[in-house]
Every structure is written in C-alpha cells, then in structure tokens.
Write a protein that binds this ligand. Structure first.
Ligand code: CTP
Ligand code: K
Ligand code: MG
Length: 180
C-alpha cells in the first residue's frame, strides 16, 4: 500500500523533479531579470536564465511524454494504475516547478541572500509548491485524480529528502556549485 503510494507519487512528480536539474546542466546566457535591481538587490540574479528555464521546462514535458509510453507496462508491473500526463498537465508540472524556483530566488534576493545562498525549507519545497499550484490551476480534474490525499502526503515528505540527496550528489559530481 505505502509502496504503491510512493511509486505513484514519484511517477506523478517526475516531470516536476527533473526540470531544475536539467536547468543546472543547461544554465547560462542571459539572466531573466536582465541584470535589473530592485530595492538594492538583483530582482532574481544570474542564477535564473532564459535558457535554463526553457530547457528545464522542455525536458520535463518530454519526460512526461516518455512516461506516457511506459505507463501501461509500468502499471501492470506495479499492479496499480499510474497516471498518464495530458499535455497541459505535463507543461504545468514542469513550468510550475521552474516558476517556484524563480519565485524562491526573488524571495532570497529580497531577504539579502546572494546567489547560491541557502534558504532551508524554501530550497526543498519551492518547486513542489510551484508545480502543484500550477497543475491544480491548469488541469484541476487531472490533478485531483493523480494527487489523492495519500499521494500528496507522500510527495510532501519524500520531496525534501530526494532534493537533499540529488543536490549533494550533483555537488559531489562537480555539477553543482553548492550542495543545496
Ligand atoms: N539555472 C538556470 N535557470 C533557472 C534555474 C537554474 O539557468 N531557471 C541554472 C543556473 O546556472 C544556476 C544553476 O542552474 O546557477 C543552479 O540553480 P539554483 O541553485 O536554483 O540557482 P543559484 O545559482 O543557486 O541561484 P539562487 O540563489 O537564485 O537560487
Ligand atoms: K534553487
Ligand atoms: Mg542554488
């Protein structure tokens, strides 16, 4: 039962988990804020770029489409129905995750944190709030069916753990500048 919930939560959130990691690999180029400042600090900072955001979103959507092709055999193996992703839901999960991360950078700059500074709690959940917020807004029926209360609870507990593990891993591999 809990195994099924964890598998479903991981599957449903994968299109939201991967964009931020893809952005780390693809980042660079023009910052979204164009270097603009607001109230004595950068609006977002050099860590939020057009290219990172676009590539991250695209990778998340493509991953959702790949999962759609695997949903039938994966559901059979699990013995439980895994969700498939309609295009609006796929886009909302991926782009919402990127927006949550961008919103967090806005808040970091407002609170005097430089690019790369940690903001415990926000760092681990910004993209979840963005992804779930946008997908419930854009495709409410799909979101209610995929994210039942049990799945939602697992997502909120599992995501911070996965975030810490992937970021420490990416830092150890030299892909990321900070382990958060
Ligand atoms: N990145 C990007 N565009 C985004 C998100 C991330 O280009 N929308 C890339 C940037 O190269 C960024 C790296 O991924 O430096 C790591 O992302 P993140 O940790 O979110 O950014 P930080 O550099 O730590 O900046 P911030 O303090 O604003 O979070
Ligand atoms: K971040
Ligand atoms: Mg960072």
């Amino acid at each position: 039962m809990i195994g099924t919930l964890v598998a479903t939560a991981f599957w449903a959130m994968l299109p939201a988990y991967v964009p931020n990691n893809a952005a780390v690999l693809a980042g660079g180029g023009r910052p979204i804020d164009g270097g603009r400042e607001w109230r004595g600090a950068r609006l977002l900072g050099d860590g939020k770029t057009w290219r990172g955001t676009a590539v991250g979103t695209l990778v998340g959507v493509l991953l959702a489409l790949a999962l759609n092709a695997l949903a039938a055999p994966a559901s059979a193996a699990l013995g439980s129905d895994l969700p498939t992703f309609a295009l609006p839901a796929a886009f909302a999960l991926a782009f919402g995750a990127m927006c949550g991360d961008i919103g967090a950078s806005f808040l970091k700059r407002r609170s005097g944190r430089e690019r790369g500074a940690a903001f415990p709690g926000l760092d681990q959940l910004d993209f979840v709030v963005g992804a779930l917020g946008l997908v419930f807004l854009v495709d409410t029926d799909w979101a209610l069916a995929a994210f039942t209360p049990g799945v939602l609870a697992v997502v909120l507990v599992m995501t911070p753990v996965l975030h810490v593990v992937t970021n420490v891993g990416a830092y150890a591999l030299g892909v990321k500048n900070e382990p958060w």
